[in-house]
Design a protein around this ligand. Structure first.
Ligand code: SF4
Length: 284
């Protein structure tokens, strides 16, 4: 196992908002990807009273080797969950919120209707809140994607996660071209909705392979991009192959901007939902 470099070592501080956010999530029976993925930024985000909500249960129908979310029997859809998420967004005073889900290949629409209900519930209760949905590939189901689009989120994100060459090892049930197609379809079906993706580095990719992903993403008009360091949630997960230096992240960020992305965040601790409001704010 590679030893963690200094730039990835963090000291955590106590903050009263942490307790507030945790209690509210627990009282409203809501899940976050922050907890499920053991995100290293949770203290930072919870302290700022922000979190990324995870809908459609905590059990995923896929088994990506980088991800800490449990691969198990999917749970029953909780029809009231959208309302409780809207309530949480209102209580937290969020002007921007990210909603994601486990992958639900067991559902005919992949959970699209539940995403749509959540977007509508948030916009109904807090009309000035911008909603970003980080969706799975919905098995390439265009009707399901249209269902999400019809609910009018401000941003639709779908993570490409890694380079094409590593899909078989890292995302065995995903298909690189299918993920690109999801991003392409977002802009074709709804040019006014912003599209976004994220990629992790440190899984064994080469720089040339990363540049190719960036080109492929621009070819499908993907607009916002996040690049962060992969951290293995446990020794049973796909092992980290490399710790990319902050300088290299800067360099990738510069190259991505040169390739035409409207917004790029590239640094070791960047996650697709970290400071997610910045992309839209940068355009305002
Ligand atoms: S970066 Fe995203 S997943 Fe991580 S704690 Fe912040 S909001 Fe949650």
């Amino acid at each position: 196992m590679l030893e963690k470099p200094e730039w990835l070592k963090r000291t955590y501080r106590e903050d009263p908002n942490l307790k507030y956010v945790r209690e509210m999530l627990s009282n409203l029976h809501l899940n976050t990807i922050c907890d499920e993925a053991m995100c290293p930024n949770f203290v930072d985000c919870f302290s700022k009273k922000t979190a990324t909500f995870m809908i459609l249960g905590v059990n995923c129908t896929r088994n990506c080797r980088f991800c800490n979310v449990t691969n198990s029997e999917p749970q029953k859809i909780d029809a009231d969950e959208p309302n409780r998420i809207a309530e949480a967004v209102s209580k937290l005073g969020l002007k921007y919120v990210v909603i994601t889900s486990v992958t639900r290949d067991d559902l005919p629409d992949g959970g699209a209707a539940h995403f749509a209900a959540t977007i509508r519930a948030i916009h109904a209760l807090t009309p000035n809140t911008a909603v970003e949905v980080l969706i799975p590939d919905l098995l390439g189901n265009q009707d399901a994607l249209k269902t999400v689009i019809d609910a009018r989120p401000e941003v639709i994100s779908h993570n490409i996660e890694t380079v094409k060459e590593l899909y078989d090892q890292v995302r065995p049930q995903a298909i690189y071209e299918r993920s690109l197609q999801v991003l392409k379809s977002i802009k074709e079906l709804a040019p006014d909705i912003r599209s976004k993706t994220g990629i992790m580095l440190g899984l064994g990719e080469t720089a040339e392979q990363v540049y190719k992903v960036l080109d492929d993403l621009r070819d499908v008009n993907c607009e916002f991009l996040t690049i962060g360091q992969y951290l293995a949630p446990s020794s049973a997960h796909y092992p980290v192959q490399e710790y990319v230096t902050p300088e290299e992240f800067d360099r990738y960020g510069e190259i991505a901007k040169e390739k035409g992305f409207a917004f790029v965040a590239s640094a070791p601790f960047v996650r697709s939902s970290y400071n997610a409001s910045e992309a839209l704010a940068a355009e305002a």
